[in-house]
Design a protein around this ligand. Structure first.
Ligand code: G3H
Length: 195
């Protein structure tokens, strides 16, 4: 069995302000998580010479990966956060106040709702297909550092969760979800690295 480690980027300045999307750097807390994650990964994958670290192309995941030494890092555009289109950079409060119809449509069907000039969860699930094929093909461990919406979809695939649950799965910050694929099926462990 070989593990796949899933984690969100460390807390970003937009997370602190409650803004969705963007391409911001980490908060001080997020930087601390990046160091703890590096420690964890270096110990957990010590003798795993062929392991690799996959990030999105957004700087909050690249910065989160940066303290990890000894493994190749690969950037995937397909691991970028759900594109919130015209709502990128807004808070949920602002969307509710300024675009109440959009807010309501999303609430009614979060899986299918597509942000104007952006994506839906179904779009994200579709663009993840090549990533999933490559993850399945890997024989060595992979650390995936990505974003909440994307990790919900990846996690659901490996944990065999139904499509309709995907937009509501909890993927907390500063927590590693380890998935082990063995002959007996899939096993899961969670490591919370910060309080
Ligand atoms: O920035 C987007 C979030 O990571 C996804 O959250 O789909 O629950 O609004 P949401």
């Amino acid at each position: 069995p070989r593990p796949i480690l899933l984690t969100r980027h460390g807390e970003s300045l937009d997370n602190v302000r409650g803004r969705i999307g963007g391409d911001n750097v980490l908060s001080d807390t997020g930087d601390i998580y990046a160091k703890k994650l590096a420690n964890f990964v270096e110990k957990r994958l010590k003798s795993e010479r062929a392991a690799s670290i996959w990030t999105s192309t957004l700087q909050r995941t690249i910065i989160t990966a940066s303290p990890i030494a000894g493994f190749p890092k690969i950037q995937w555009r397909a691991l970028d956060e759900i594109n919130a289109g015209v709502c990128d950079g807004m808070t949920y409060e602002e969307i509710k106040k300024n675009m109440p119809d959009e807010y309501d449509s999303r609430k009614k069907d979060k899986l299918r709702y597509r942000y104007p000039r952006g994506e839906s969860y179904l779009d994200v699930i579709q663009r993840l297909e090549p990533v999933i094929i490559e993850l399945e093909r890997q024989r060595a461990p992979v650390v995936v550092i990505s974003h909440q919406a994307v990790l919900r979809a990846l996690y659901a695939y490996f944990a065999d969760r139904p499509l309709k649950e995907i937009p509501h799965i909890e993927v907390p910050l500063h927590t590693i979800i380890e998935i082990q694929m063995g002959v007996t099926g899939v096993q899961e462990k969670r490591y919370k690295l910060m309080d």
